[in-house]
Design a protein around this ligand. Structure first.
Ligand code: MBD
Ligand code: FE
Length: 283
């Protein structure tokens, strides 16, 4: 049932949703290492001082910054801002020692608890969901290539308009979100539709920064994944489509060569399919 007059999402709408979701997920930070906070905060603030000196930042520019920072909070766009312009370096540092499947940023639109399937399933979608039918399949293994039983493969992605369920209005709750639990063969097969490129909302504070700087607002079409198994490290990653728009200039700088898929026409005769395997590092 696709709503014929789906309201169009606003930055404030999806930003607020992302901010609320983040607040729910955030655990209390019991331990504070004062020495680390001091070192990191001092370096960050000093780096900003250097930028001000280098560019001889004016009071007008300082006030514009203050106004913009206030607006990011009002729009609820801190998760969006941080995940687009900062997270990729946190991910790089966090996963530097990994041997198996390559990770990348999570972004602001993950929701735990999506509908579960055993070995194969079709993601929840609307009647006549737009987009090329697409089968995404593979095997979850350990680093030696042994299939992993009871691995969890969580998949979520935008629709053909670039919108995510539970963040843009008018989309059924679990649309294009699902989890497959593998059997002893480690295999999973999702049936879905190919997502479209994603545009950062242009009507909010992040959009205002992009417009003011003359940048573009696009991420390439992508699948989001979390893959885990008992006794193994969880991998959070994304997969992209070779030759797709903005694969070479993702605004979030989250594309890596290992993450680019080359789907082929499906054996069934409709749509496309691709096989991608995940080797998980020991926990
Ligand atoms: C997205 O869909 C996304 O994946 C990231 C990282 C940032 C904004 C929107
Ligand atoms: Fe995304």
């Amino acid at each position: 049932m696709s709503a014929p007059t789906a309201p169009s999402p606003t930055a404030a709408g999806s930003g607020r949703n992302a901010t609320e979701r983040f607040a729910e997920k955030q655990r209390s930070t019991a331990q504070v290492d004062h020495a680390r906070v001091s070192a990191i905060a001092t370096n960050a603030i000093t780096a900003l001082h250097e930028v001000i000196r280098e560019h001889r930042v004016t009071y007008a520019e300082y006030d514009a910054l203050k106004a913009w920072l206030i607006r990011v909070g009002e729009d609820g766009e801190w998760p969006l801002f941080l995940d687009v312009w900062v997270e990729h370096v946190v991910e790089e540092v966090a996963n530097a020692d990994r041997k198996g499947a390559v990770g990348t940023i999570e972004g602001p639109y993950y929701i735990p608890g999506s509908p579960e399937f055993r070995s194969e399933g079709t993601l929840p979608m609307r009647d006549g969901e737009a987009g090329t039918p697409f089968v995404f399949q593979g095997t979850v293994t350990d680093l030696e290539g042994n299939p992993l039983d009871d691995a969890r493969v969580e998949l979520w992605h935008a629709d053909d308009d670039g919108f995510y369920s539970q963040f843009a209005p008018g989309i059924p709750e679990w649309n294009l979100r699902g989890t497959i639990l593998t059997g002893p063969d480690g295999r999973f097969a999702f049936t879905t539709v190919k997502p479209a490129p994603y545009q950062i909302p242009t009507d909010g504070s992040c959009g205002a920064l992009i417009a003011a700087a003359g940048w573009h607002a696009w991420r390439p079409a992508h699948l989001h994944l979390k893959v885990s198994a008992p006794g193994k490290q969880l991998v959070t990653t994304q997969l992209y489509f070779a030759g797709g728009q903005h694969v070479e200039d993702d605004v979030a700088q989250a594309v890596k060569p290992e993450l680019v898929l080359r789907p082929t026409p499906a054996a069934s005769g409709t749509g496309e399919e691709v096989t991608y395997d995940f080797a998980l590092d020991p926990a």
